[in-house]
Design a protein. Structure first.
Length: 195
């Protein structure tokens, strides 16, 4: 296969996946409702935790750094913690098993005013499901960015979005777009002077 044809095909496939997502008007509504929820968490002195595996954990970290650092303009830092500490993950995986690496910090640090944002392209990652269950036990809300049919995780989420796409890369491309749009709209709600 010609490489130029392959590249064009990948871009068109990504465009088609995004178009499918946009055509479902419920997705736009859920993003708007989630932006308001996140604003409310921050205004009630709550914090957000986020987790996932592999590329999804990288997206969780990306979301956290744009909240605690900045997105577009300067504003106060927003309390978002990616559950990504290598020391904690390796300690917990060694002592309790990999399924507990996200649940244990939530049991230690999670409060009822907090929100957990979970990312999973399959919706079935056991450690992310356990994290959502731990969050619910702490009376936290859970928002999911999922793929496929939502898997087991959708049953633990107060709200969720399922990205279209047959492969993890296309699903993750939708997830990062949603995270960027959420940050932008939380900023619009909290810091209108920046827009």
């Amino acid at each position: 296969m010609d490489i130029l044809h392959s590249i064009r095909g990948a871009l068109l496939d990504a465009q088609d996946t995004l178009n499918q997502f946009i055509q479902n008007r419920d997705n736009i509504t859920i993003i708007a409702e989630t932006a308001v929820l996140i604003r409310d968490v921050f205004e009630q002195q709550g914090k957000i935790f986020t987790c996932g595996n592999g590329g999804s954990l990288c997206d969780a970290i990306h979301f956290a750094e744009e909240c605690t650092g900045k997105f577009r303009d300067n504003r106060k830092p927003l309390p978002v913690i990616a559950l990504s500490d290598a020391g904690h993950i390796t300690c917990t995986a060694n002592d309790f098993g990999f399924a507990e690496v996200f649940a244990r910090p939530l049991l230690a640090l999670g409060d009822p005013n907090d929100l957990l944002v979970v990312l999973s392209t399959s919706g079935n990652s056991e450690n992310v499901v356990r994290a959502a269950d731990a969050a619910k036990s702490r009376e936290m809300k859970v928002f999911g960015l999922l793929g496929k049919d939502g898997g087991k995780l959708k049953n633990y989420c107060d709200s969720y979005l399922i990205a279209p796409g047959d492969t993890a890369d296309r699903i993750q491309e939708i997830h990062i777009k949603v995270l960027h749009i959420l940050i932008e709209n939380v900023e619009r709600l909290m810091f209108p002077e920046n827009y």
